[in-house]
Design a protein. Structure first.
Length: 143
């Protein structure tokens, strides 16, 4: 069976929406009946990485500007879940931050903790400049 879910959400640049996005992503993961793994664990992982990515976009990329918004896209097939978070900030060097985090571990007082968590829970994490601004993409294999 080839099922596909595509969801696009625009979230005002306010942290009060983190819980709502977490709940939506958890519920989606719980509904993946073709997933053979632990759906509860997957739901928790997706909640953590998506709310962390959204919080980073709100606080850092959009600098807390209430006139900005963050775009979230969730694409799910039988084989893979793709989570994308779009912002309008100046961007950052994912490679440099990832190298520092890998070498020293996440500094709990500084930057890199969220990226470390995302990379620990997802199969791949990438960050790139796109026409709309920047895109953080996280992928999780479902098979």
């Amino acid at each position: 069976m080839n099922n596909r879910i595509e969801l696009q959400i625009t979230v005002p640049n306010q942290t009060r929406y983190l819980k709502l996005i977490g709940m939506i992503s958890e519920d989606l993961a719980h509904q993946l009946h073709s997933y053979d793994g632990d759906r509860e664990a997957l739901a928790n992982q997706v909640n953590v990485v998506l709310t962390e990515a959204l919080a980073n976009a709100i606080r850092h990329a959009n600098a807390g500007d209430p006139n900005e918004a963050v775009q979230i896209r969730i694409n799910i097939t039988d084989d893979e879940m793709i989570l994308q978070v779009f912002d309008h900030g100046t961007g950052f060097d994912l490679t440099g931050l990832a190298e520092r985090t890998a070498a020293t571990g996440p500094d709990l007082e500084e930057h890199g903790r969220g990226l470390y968590i995302m990379r620990s829970l997802m199969d791949s994490v990438s960050y790139s400049r796109v026409a709309e601004g920047n895109m953080l993409e996280m992928r999780k294999k479902l098979r």
